[in-house]
Design a protein around this ligand. Structure first.
Ligand SMILES: Nc1ncnc2c1ncn2[C@@H]1O[C@H](COP(=O)(O)OP(=O)(O)OP(=O)(O)O)[C@@H](O)[C@H]1O
Ligand SMILES: [Mg+2]
Length: 159
């Protein structure tokens, strides 16, 4: 089953609000895939999301070159991937996803290895952007209607 919510973001503060909502509904083992062209805001969104999960100020850098950055806050761990530079499946299998999946997992550029991810996931597709505005599709794969409805109600407070 697939549910989709389309939102129009006007500025960075609204991206932060979206991250706050997502932080409220995720827990370890929930897979977040971030799609969209270069510079649409995937890392920016992730930075807000990780800061929400951490509950402390945390510097989040793009994992484009290391491919994965990990963060530890008490007993919580976040694995933040960027697969943009990935060349083949062997590289994918060397990235410790089987360990990562026990924790919070956020993946930029999953398109590169789309088929290798579990079907159950939350996708955010960043598109149609202006200076500060973004259109984002939030898509739930493998989640039930009450879950979708809960997120929709939270987002509806602003969007
Ligand atoms: N509403 C917004 N949401 C997110 N980013 C925004 C917004 N408005 C402006 N920006 C700016 O757009 C840029 C987005 O860059 P960011 O690195 O997050 O993109 P990205 O999607 O991760 O790119 P890449 O594909 O290279 O990883 C940042 O400079 C950010 O400040
Ligand atoms: Mg990025």
């Amino acid at each position: 089953m697939k549910y989709k919510i389309n939102i129009s973001i006007k500025n960075l503060n609204e991206t932060k609000f979206l991250a706050k909502v997502i932080s409220k509904i995720i827990h370890p083992k929930v897979l977040i895939l971030l799609k969209g062209k270069i510079g649409t805001g995937k890392t920016t969104f992730t930075s807000y999301l990780i800061n929400e999960i951490a509950k402390e100020k945390t510097k989040v850098l793009s994992p484009t070159f290391p491919i994965v950055n990990t963060y530890k806050f008490g007993d919580k761990e976040v694995w933040h991937y960027d697969l943009y530079r990935l060349n083949n499946k062997n590289e994918f299998y060397s990235l410790d996803f089987e360990i990562a999946f026990d924790n919070y997992v956020i993946v930029e550029w999953p398109e590169v290895m789309e088929d290798l991810f579990p079907k159950k996931r939350i996708e955010l597709m960043f598109k149609d952007f202006g200076d500060y505005s973004r259109k984002v599709d939030v898509i739930f794969f493998g989640y039930d209607y009450p879950f979708y409805n809960k997120v929709w109600k939270l987002l509806k407070q602003k969007f």
